[in-house]
Design a protein. Structure first.
Length: 334
């Protein structure tokens, strides 16, 4: 995968590791906010008003960061209000493309462009940086609102409530401090930890990352043995941020990224929890295991140079999970 430099596509792979072999994820570049009335967001950004049909989401079914936004789009009843384009699962020399020769890849349904980089160039013809998903596009201003998934899901959580009437709150005021603490650990050691493990280029960097990763999985297994969800009996954004990684773990991270001390399906609390969240209304429709498996094994030439796609186990995500009744009734409504 290349990157844009002063508006020009460069195929050379950008450096994403330190000299000590540790993988470092670059920052995202668009950090604006949508609010109910267009007022300033939490960091002072604003001016984007929540309106039905105004925004378009560019995603990859394979990407766990983009997957967060798809799940919140479903959870918050935004499917009729925020349109979507899905890129092809292969991310090669041209980066994310809008080729449609893989089931589920939609093409660019908004502009008919060939590459995701062309969407970035519409927002800024001289842009420099990586071309990533998700991308939240404003059809009215013809620009990118945000390409930071953690912030897009919070916009989706609250900004459109007056339009949808859906007041389920996954970022409740009274739990924000604890949610942030859990998010911080899970992001550093697990969500991004699988990449730090898989893309490590020294034994020391790998050993450090994989040790932290399984320390966190053991901690989560214990936490979910005492609590139904990460915050107790209330499901929050922390759960949805975690589960996007769990959905991918046994099929790609375990073997492809050498996160192979054990499978998630060998950890009974995490495995039951992951299946429960998969079975929540609207979530299964956001998951494409075909895109996930294809993307990782074909796109990462440095890890899998022959691009052989493994057969993988047949996991039954719809099997009974041994947990309490599924559904939004467990949420406290605002």
């Amino acid at each position: 995968m290349g990157q844009l430099v002063d508006g020009e596509w460069r195929e050379a792979r950008p450096k994403a590791s330190k000299g000590d072999g540790r993988f470092v994820r670059p920052e995202t570049s668009f950090r604006n906010w949508i609010t109910a009335d267009g007022s300033a967001g939490p960091s002072g950004e604003g001016g984007f008003t929540a309106e039905s049909g105004r925004y378009h989401l560019y995603v990859s079914y394979a990407c766990p960061w983009a997957h967060r936004t798809l799940m919140f789009r479903a959870l918050k009843d935004l499917t009729d209000h925020v349109s979507v384009s899905v890129v092809h699962p292969d991310m090669l020399s041209d980066g994310w493309t809008f080729s449609t020769d893989f089931e589920g890849a939609t093409g660019d349904t908004l502009f008919g462009l060939p590459f995701l980089r062309d969407v970035y160039l519409k927002a800024d013809p001289q842009i420099s940086g990586r071309v990533t998903v998700p991308v939240l596009w404003d059809k009215q201003r013809e620009t990118i609102v945000s390409n930071e998934s953690a912030e897009i899901i919070r916009m989706f959580n609250s900004a459109f409530e007056g339009i949808t009437g859906n007041r389920l709150d996954f970022w409740p005021d009274d739990l924000r401090g604890e949610i942030e603490a859990v998010n911080d650990r899970v992001y550093k050691t697990l969500n991004n930890g699988v990449y730090r493990t898989g893309f490590a280029t020294t034994q020391k960097a790998y050993d450090e990352a994989v040790s932290e990763l399984f320390d966190t999985l053991d901690w989560l297994e214990g936490r979910l043995g005492a609590n139904r969800y990460l915050m107790g009996d209330r499901i929050t954004e922390a759960d949805w941020r975690l589960v996007s990684t769990l959905f991918r773990f046994d099929l790609v991270y375990h073997t492809h990224f050498k996160c192979n001390r054990n499978f998630i399906r060998e950890m009974p609390n995490l495995w039951g929890y992951a299946r429960e969240l998969y079975q929540w209304p609207g979530i299964a429709e956001t998951v494409s295991f075909e895109h996930i498996v294809r993307h990782y094994h074909v796109s990462h030439e440095s890890i899998n140079p022959h691009r052989i796609v493994p057969i993988n186990p047949d996991l039954d995500w719809n099997a009974p999970h041994g947990r309490e009744a599924v559904g939004p009734a467990l949420l406290r409504r605002a």
